[in-house]
Write a new protein. Structure first.
Length: 153
């Protein structure tokens, strides 16, 4: 049994690298969301796939991999697990037996009504006390950084 206390976090300084600040922000957001997903017995790794399928149910495994930004073997493993949990079904299409499409089950679709509010709560907590105009600039800045890095890849 590990009885040691976690080390206190070092506060970020004003000159901290952007990459480090984004990494720590991601960790905090992820942990907060993960805690909420666990209350509904949903694995954090399934969250991205569920979000995509709530928007575009019936896409191919390849399309799901591309939209999630992960390799196809990762998607395949996640889908196997999600199928066992009753969240999705995979079907070969009669017109193309190689193509496998992924469909939400009623159970997978129903998760949306509890998980989306949980994710929205995390966003609300993260942005608490920040003026609306700062959030607009922050979002615009993050989108620009994403574009810059996509161009650099």
């Amino acid at each position: 049994m590990n009885t040691s206390k976690p080390l206190p976090r070092r506060p970020a300084s004003a000159d901290e690298r952007v990459a480090h600040l984004v990494k720590n922000t991601y960790r905090g957001l992820s942990k907060a969301l993960q805690n909420r997903l666990e209350k509904h017995d949903v694995m954090y790794g399934h969250w991205t796939f569920l979000r995509i399928l709530w928007q575009t149910d019936g896409i191919t495994q390849r399309q799901l991999s591309e939209q999630a930004g992960v390799k196809e073997p990762t998607t395949f493993s996640a889908l196997q697990s999600m199928e066992k949990l009753g969240y999705v079904t995979r079907k070969k299409m009669p017109d193309n037996r190689k193509q496998v499409r992924v469909f939400l089950t009623p159970k997978g679709a129903a998760l949306r009504s509890v998980l989306v509010p949980a994710a929205e709560e995390v966003n609300t907590i993260a942005l608490a006390g920040i003026p609306a105009e700062d959030i607009v600039v922050f979002r615009r800045t993050l989108l620009a950084i994403i574009e810059n890095l996509n161009d650099a890849a």
